[in-house]
Design a protein around this ligand. Structure first.
Ligand SMILES: [Zn+2]
Ligand SMILES: [Zn+2]
Ligand SMILES: [Zn+2]
Length: 140
């Protein structure tokens, strides 16, 4: 006597909605986005020169003291200088040359000395992408 144990039609598919989870992520994302809101535009971006054909190399040493590591690159003349944690050569360069917009090889943020603020704008994207490729070995 064979009993047929399996019965079709029992749908175990209780599809749980991800919507609540997404909402939760969104909320967290917004709250944790920026401690300091970057400027979306500043007038000094007009001084930013196009990315050199060779691209950026985050390993470049400081022009003045040859310090290596987490340097900055000037986005007006593309010279590399060290941070204020080393000998502040980028600050010195910014003041001496009047080049206000610089990119950090440490965290790929763009800082404007004149505005004393971070700047995030479309025109900076290819520059940041080049630094990102050099730093992480892959496209942004
Ligand atoms: Zn230096
Ligand atoms: Zn410069
Ligand atoms: Zn500015």
């Amino acid at each position: 006597m064979a009993e047929q144990g399996s019965s079709n039609g029992a749908e175990g598919g209780k599809v749980s909605s991800n919507t609540d989870l997404l909402k939760q992520y969104e909320k967290q994302g917004v709250e944790a986005m920026y401690a300091v809101e970057p400027l979306s535009w500043c007038d000094h971006l007009q001084q930013v020169a196009p990315l050199p054909e060779a691209g950026l190399n985050v390993e470049d040493p400081c022009t003045d003291c040859e310090a290596k590591g987490e340097n900055w690159v000037c986005l007006v003349c593309y010279k590399v200088y060290c941070s204020r944690y080393v000998a502040s050569h980028m600050v010195t360069h910014g003041e001496a040359a009047g080049h206000p917009v610089v990119l950090s090889y440490a965290d790929l943020s763009v800082w404007c000395y004149k505005c004393d603020n971070y700047v995030a704008n479309e025109v900076l994207k290819p520059i940041i992408a080049s630094a990102h490729k050099s730093k992480f070995g892959k496209e942004l």
